[in-house]
Design a protein around this ligand. Structure first.
Ligand SMILES: N[C@@H](CCC(=O)N[C@@H](CS)C(=O)NCC(=O)O)C(=O)O
Length: 193
C-alpha cells in the first residue's frame, strides 16, 4: 500500500495506523507548499483533491479523506471496533475532522490576528467539549486506542505549536499517545522526533 503524507500533517494519523496494524506500505512524502512529491511529481496529477492523506492499494484504488482512509485502515487490521463502538469511532472522526481540524484553517492559512485569536478560542472550546465527552476515559472509544485517537492526537501536536489552551486531560492524553510504539515509529519516520 502507498501512503501520501506530509510530515506532521493529519496524514500522521494514517501513518500511525499503518504501522500499528502491521500493514506493509511505502510512505511517499508530499511537499504541500508546492503540491509535489519528493520525486518531483505533480501531486494534483496523482490526486486532484490535492490533500494528504491519500492511499493507494489494489483492492480500493485511490482513496482520500481522513474519515474514509482511517476507517479503511482500521478495517484492514484488527483495530476497528464493532457494533455501537464502530459508529462512535466514526462520530469522533467526523467531529475531529470538521470541528477540530477545520477549526485550524485560519491558523494554517495565516489569517488576520483577530481571526486567529477567534480560532484559538473556538478550538479551546472544542477541546473542553472533547474532555467532557471523554468523561475521564483514557481513549475516545472503548478501552483501547482507535484511529480516532490517532487523529485527535495529531491535532494536539498542532495545539502545542499554535499555543491552544488545553484541558489537563488532553495534555495527559497527548503524553499517553506519545508513548505508543506505533506513534513513536511514525513520528520518527516523518522526521518529527
Ligand atoms: N477533507 C480532507 C482534508 C485533509 C487536509 O486538510 N489535509 C491537509 C494536511 S493536514 C492538506 O493536505 N492540505 C493541503 C492543501 O490544503 O492543499 C480530509 O479529511 O482528508
Amino acid at each position: 500500500m502507498k501512503l501520501y503524507y506530509s510530515p506532521g500533517a493529519c496524514s500522521l494519523a494514517s501513518h500511525i495506523a499503518l504501522i500499528e496494524e502491521g500493514i506493509e506500505h511505502e510512505a511517499v512524502k508530499v511537499d504541500l507548499s508546492k503540491h509535489e512529491t519528493e520525486k518531483g511529481d505533480d501531486f494534483y496529477a496523482i490526486s486532484p483533491r490535492g490533500y494528504v492523506p491519500a492511499i493507494e492499494n489494489d483492492d480500493i484504488g485511490f482513496l482520500t479523506g481522513n474519515p474514509a482512509v482511517l476507517t479503511y485502515l482500521a478495517d484492514r487490521g484488527d483495530a476497528a471496533p464493532s457494533g455501537a463502538d464502530r459508529y462512535r469511532m466514526l462520530e469522533w472522526t467526523g467531529f475531529i475532522g470538521t470541528e477540530i481540524h477545520g477549526g485550524y484553517h485560519p491558523l494554517f492559512g495565516g489569517d488576520s490576528d483577530d481571526r486567529q485569536a477567534k480560532a484559538k478560542e473556538n478550538l479551546a472550546g472544542k477541546y473542553r467539549l472533547t474532555e467532557t465527552l471523554m468523561d475521564g476515559g483514557e481513549w475516545l472509544v472503548g478501552d483501547r486506542a482507535t484511529v480516532a485517537d490517532n487523529y485527535l492526537f495529531v491535532t494536539l501536536l498542532w495545539a502545542d505549536k499554535f499555543g491552544i489552551e488545553l484541558p489537563e486531560a488532553l495534555k495527559t492524553f497527548r503524553a499517553r499517545n506519545k508513548e505508543r510504539p506505533a506513534v513513536k515509529q511514525a513520528m520518527e519516520a516523518e522526521g518529527l522526533i
